[in-house]
Write a protein that binds this ligand. Structure first.
Ligand SMILES: Nc1ncnc2c1ncn2[C@@H]1O[C@H](COP(=O)(O)OP(=O)(O)OP(=O)(O)O)[C@@H](O)[C@H]1O
Length: 242
């Protein structure tokens, strides 16, 4: 028995400039419980595709979340439910705490504005949750008040991920090489948390689309495997080996 798709991607294409497609005719669904690994060579278009899914990039074709277009929810609210976690959070201005406060204010505002429509269930905001979660991943509280530019790549990644996961608004997380700057031990801690969060089912997080260059990581966490190559996306059938 398969559930209704959470996200439907139909004939999606994206161009660098007129006449220069990055990819075209991309079709797939994301369902509850999926951890979809997105692979492909550097420059193949993985980050661009994730940004299209979060409506952060212009695209052709259709993307539907729970059967409706992003616009019908309001793009800001949609983006808190289908949440992109960037590859290089250290490019953000200010400190992680500034960012957290802005996200929380913005989230409360956009949810209030859309509550009337009965669109997406608003979630309560607990500022301590991302800080606690980052702590589990080895991030000292003091780092929340340091400039993003003064954090290491791995610290910035864990803080950004803790904000994305800890605010508990995302039903689908779009992770752009979330552990590329982490050592194996830290990476496995983060992986385990994310996989458990999706598997548990009672939480808000239902699925992840996860870019990784590591075949090993893909095998550890993935339940489905997509590859972008030469401007097209293919799903790879995986032999369970049983
Ligand atoms: N805003 C932009 N304007 C023009 N070209 C762009 C833009 N963003 C990305 N590109 C180009 O589109 C292609 C796909 O980039 P993208 O970042 O999606 O690749 P990727 O598969 O995520 O690569 P990597 O594994 O190196 O992160 C690249 O050739 C890139 O230079």
């Amino acid at each position: 028995m398969s559930s209704e798709p959470l996200l439907e991607v139909k004939q999606v294409g994206c161009n660098k400039a007129k006449g220069q497609p990055i990819f075209a005719d991309v079709n797939f669904d994301v369902r509850e419980g999926d951890i979809v690994i997105l692979q492909g060579k550097s420059g193949a278009g993985k980050s661009t595709l994730l940004k299209c899914l979060a409506h952060l990039n212009l695209y052709d074709g259709e993307i539907a979340f729970r059967g409706r277009t992003p616009k019908s929810y309001g793009i800001p609210l949609f983006r808190t439910h289908v949440l992109y976690v960037p590859q290089r959070p250290s490019l953000l201005p200010g400190t992680p705490r500034d960012f957290l406060n802005t996200v929380v204010k913005f989230k409360a505002h956009s949810e209030k504005a859309h509550q009337k429509a009965g669109d997406l269930v608003p979630s309560s905001v607990d500022l301590n949750e991302p800080i606690k979660l980052a702590g589990l991943w080895g991030i000292d509280k003091e780092l929340w008040d340091r400039l993003w530019t003064d954090l290491s790549g791995g610290e910035a990644q864990r803080v950004a991920l803790a904000i994305g996961v800890g605010l508990k608004s995302a039903e689908i997380l779009l992770l752009d090489e979330p552990t590329s700057a982490l050592d194996l031990q830290s990476s496995e801690k983060v992986e385990k948390y994310l996989v458990d969060a999706v598997r548990k089912k009672e939480g808000k997080l239902k699925a992840i689309v996860w870019i990784t260059h590591s075949e090993e990581q893909g095998r550890r966490v993935g339940s489905r495997f997509l590859r972008i190559e030469n401007g097209t996306l293919q799903e790879e059938r995986v032999d369970s080996g049983v």
